[in-house]
Ligand binder design. Sequence first.
Ligand code: AKG
Ligand code: FE2
Length: 345
Amino acid sequence: MAAQPVLPLSKYSTIKGISDSGVLSSLPSFYACRDPDIDGPTETLEEEVPIIDFSLLVGGTAEQRAQVIQDLGKACRDWGFFMVVNHGVPKSLMETMLNACMGFFNMREDVKQEYNGKHVFDPISHGTSFNSSVDNVRYWRDYLKVIVHPHFHSPAKPSGFRETSIEYATQTREMAKELLKAIWESLELKPEDMEEALDLNSCFQILVTNLYPPCPQPELALGIPPHSDHGLLTILLENGVNGLKVEHNGKWVHVKSLPNSFLVNTGDHMEIVSNGKYKSVVHQAEVNASSTRISIATAVGPSLDTVVVPAPQLVKHKHQLAYKGMKYRDFREHTQANPRQKYIT
Ligand SMILES: O=C(O)CCC(=O)C(=O)O
Ligand SMILES: [Fe+2]
């Protein structure tokens, strides 16, 4: 292989900066986390993921709602993943939110750098890679993370970002709560026990926007490595460019979202509260050579002060207790400092 030219990459603080500059014709080894010659092709399937019609959950007949609850239970048990259609979030809000996020990443580097955060509870943090304090290789991704509940935060710029994101956060949070209620019912748990177990009125909600600019050798790089999410549910919106892969029965499945849909996956705290009935799903993001991909992951978890434990009704005998409780706040701090592909098993 020809020696790679030495490039002044330190000049660029973001993947967007590197990609826009056009200086790279090949991928610096710093970003190469896959080697097709050594790893071989990983088996990737094109299976259809379960589809949930949200309108039948909130506006259907009692039978239709019962059927959707059953379908949700099956999707959580078999996949930890599903696509939501007819959700009622206006298409215009989804588009405006994607544009607002693009507007953030299009700002000058020094303006974005004001938000370069370090701590997991920084209300707003912009950065690059996955967990750059511990990553051995870098991932082909820039991100903006904003905590939006129980206290709402927003970068002051670009203009309109605050108004759009408050509306988007509110609507996706309401959708997540409806889905959680139905998933709770699918476990045959009493609806009135959910608030005490999860304290969703003070739920911790964060908007994570991922930007994956075009990459010179996408087969060698990854946007986000395989991981599970920490919360209860994550609601993902993409800009029409695919890249998400989820693990299903030991294989990777490429997910293609329908226009105007959301992709939803279970997180670690769903696995804990369901005592392992609904596992959190491992997933990753690939990149491509020609298009910029944006995804907005809205993660909804319990309140930070909740100690989530398996629902007692799902633990008939002590030996069936699969997880110990930990305050969500401590869980997040601990996993940030000791990242693993999946924190709980
Ligand atoms: O971009 C994607 O498809 C996945 C994003 C993701 O997994 C995350 O932000 O946790
Ligand atoms: Fe994720």
